[in-house]
Design a protein. Sequence first.
Length: 212
Amino acid sequence: MAMTQLNHWIDAVREADSPDELIRSTSQLASSGHPDAAPCLMEVLSYNNPVAAALAVDGLVRIGTPAVDLILKGMDPRNYGARAWAMQVLARLHDVRGLALLERALSNDIGPSVRRGAARGLGELVLDQDPTARALQLERCLQALIRATGDEEWIVRYAVVFALEQRAKPLNQGSAEFERVSTALQQRAEPGESVDVVRRRARLALQRLQAA
């Protein structure tokens, strides 16, 4: 792609003077898949335009590794919306380099949507091929997710249930890790969980894991 075209699209995003124009310009830029588009697409995550932000997420996912680098170095800690969208990017890219950021977000972020995205990300990270590193990364994922089963927001607990199921799928059913996940899911499946949809999702997760 010619850099002149890419720069034109970047300028169009930054100079958009209406919501519709921002959406059109972001769509063009996101379709490029060019790493140099990533900083501008990151800016769009902080705009008050959910359609444009969703397009920017798609574009950052298309860009891949350079987008992860940018999120890890430059996510705006003051902007709740931008953090929530950035969690979606990390979750969809499955890049284990995002592990520490996802852990912190799930444990500490004030935004429920940010914590929900972080939970999904922890459930879908592609862990290291090295057995020792993989075991350590799995343990960190499980610790963060199990702690979050008591989150005050049901949308976060629902995402945690999903993530625990994902992490447990490849585990040996006789392993200590599998038992820890099963225990955590069982707690969400019981009447102590106040939200019916979370209870039902936890029961479904247990049924699937036990049938595997």
